[in-house]
Design a protein around this ligand. Structure first.
Ligand code: SAH
Length: 213
């Protein structure tokens, strides 16, 4: 399945909805207007690809709602030179949006089935993150640290310290924090052990699977 004028039209309408819901970053909207979300969906749900909703993918996970993807990407304030670590590759849709802004994207997925599926899709679509890793994103990815930005796309009950450690000075971490419901948080690193924090709206994410010692 490829992109089509039908899909492009539906995508345009979705972008207008995102604008009405408060997304202002024109670069984010432009990139999302070009990413064929239907190719990241379960084939049975393709007709819903341009609804502003989350849908099930494999392994009891979900493809994030477009509004959530737009909101998190806007909060990242990416530059074309930003080095970004994404925790929770999932369908790869958010990864594709990040790659539309910067080539320096590292992404980690904990579910092997999804990891393999999305790896095939990246190859088919010619999407080339710097690294697509199978592993525990709770620990970040030390080898390529430090990062300008870290984006967590699953709900964390508390702040994973390793992620803060792997940020550059002035770097930002976007993470939904909470159990049943989460607040979107943005942490900006101001010193080795100091951070500014900002709190945004409420969201619902699937849980970040925690690392067990
Ligand atoms: N960005 C994805 C969102 C997927 S949902 C998309 O747009 O499709 C969150 C993802 O985080 C799931 O794929 C889940 O398997 C993954 N995940 C959960 N805990 C994780 C962990 N500790 N490390 C890496 N990935 C994790």
């Amino acid at each position: 399945m490829r992109d089509s004028t039908k899909h492009q039209g539906q995508r345009k309408q979705l972008i207008e909805q995102l604008r009405e819901k408060g997304i202002k970053d024109e670069r984010v909207l432009k990139v999302m207007a070009g990413v064929p979300r239907h190719l990241f969906m379960d084939p049975a749900l393709v007709n819903f690809a341009y609804e502003d909703k989350a849908y099930p993918i494999a392994a009891e996970q979900t493809i994030s709602q477009p509004y959530t993807v737009a909101f998190q990407t806007e909060l990242l304030q990416l530059k074309p030179s930003s080095k970004v670590l994404e925790i929770g590759t999932g369908s790869g849709y958010q990864t594709a949006v990040l790659l539309g802004i910067t080539p320096q994207v590292y992404t980690v997925e904990r579910q092997q089935l999804l990891f393999k599926k999305t790896q095939r899709l990246f190859t088919q679509l010619g999407l080339r993150p710097k690294k697509h890793l199978f592993g525990d994103g709770y620990l970040g990815h030390e080898d390529a640290a430090p990062y300008d930005r870290i984006l967590v796309t699953a709900a964390a009950p508390e702040l994973p310290k390793s992620l803060l450690t792997q940020l550059k000075l002035g770097g930002k971490l976007i993470i939904p924090l909470g159990e049943e419901e989460q607040f979107m948080m943005r942490f900006t690193k101001t010193g080795v052990n100091s951070f500014d924090q900002e709190k945004f709206g409420r969201f619902r994410f699937v849980p970040l699977l925690q690392h067990k010692n």
